[in-house]
Design a protein around this ligand. Structure first.
Ligand SMILES: N[C@@H](CCC(=O)N[C@@H](CS)C(=O)NCC(=O)O)C(=O)O
Length: 199
């Protein structure tokens, strides 16, 4: 199997952390690519020119970080990445989807920041930042943060929080969310998180 990834992509990081947690690192060839120039050697692999992209041993292309996570779970005997039973399974996938939204909102802000200043849309960035703040507060107030578990949802949350720190550190989210901050302090030092830090 080959995983096409980029060091700073939070989406690719979720997959890299999952691979580490599943003990699959030796079974996968990691190929670092820059998706932005739409080079043929990458668009021939995935026409979307986005990372992450996983190519299975039989040549099948799998795109979208959480779909790749589900594929890896299905390929790994004894995987704890996604519960197999309901309702735990859809609760895990639901958390993963919400945390993907956190990454999406932060990614939008980062992309806006790369535009020439006269083309930046401040209201759009402010809307994303409000969504991030509301979502983090909702996790703080209501979500089950269980240190005994590090499943697809938890991986998404840890990667989302690290990405917020990396690209939107000015949001200073910890002070009003001590429970989430405590959970993240423990999650961010897991070997899988340390091994995949953006450099
Ligand atoms: N929803 C996708 C998002 C993937 C994505 O947007 N990746 C970015 C890098 S962080 C990318 O490759 N962008 C290139 C482009 O949009 O052309 C996922 O979860 O995998």
């Amino acid at each position: 199997m080959r995983l096409f990834f980029n060091q700073t992509s939070p989406y690719a990081r979720k997959v890299r952390v999952s691979i580490h947690e599943l003990g699959l690192s030796e079974a996968i060839q990691f190929v670092e690519v820059d998706p932005w120039p739409e080079l043929h050697h990458f668009t021939d692999i995935t026409p979307l020119s986005k990372v992450p992209a996983l190519v299975l041993a039989n040549g099948t292309l799998v795109t979208e970080s959480d779909t790749i996570g589900q594929a890896l779970h299905g390929l790994t005997i004894g995987s704890q990445l996604i519960p197999n039973e309901e309702p735990a399974r859809h609760l895990c996938l639901g958390r993963a989807a919400l945390y993907q939204g956190l990454i999406d909102a932060t990614f939008i802000c980062a992309i806006e920041g790369r535009r020439p200043s006269e083309l930046r849309w401040a209201d759009w960035v402010a809307r994303q930042e409000r969504a991030i703040a509301r979502t983090l507060s909702s996790i703080e107030a209501r979500f089950d943060l269980d240190d005994r578990r590090f499943d697809l949802g938890d991986i998404g949350l840890a990667c989302a929080l690290d990405y917020i720190d990396f690209r939107a550190g000015h949001l200073s989210w910890r002070s009003e969310r001590p429970r989430l901050a405590g959970w993240f302090e423990r999650a961010r030092v897991r070997p899988s998180m340390i091994a995949t830090r953006p450099c």
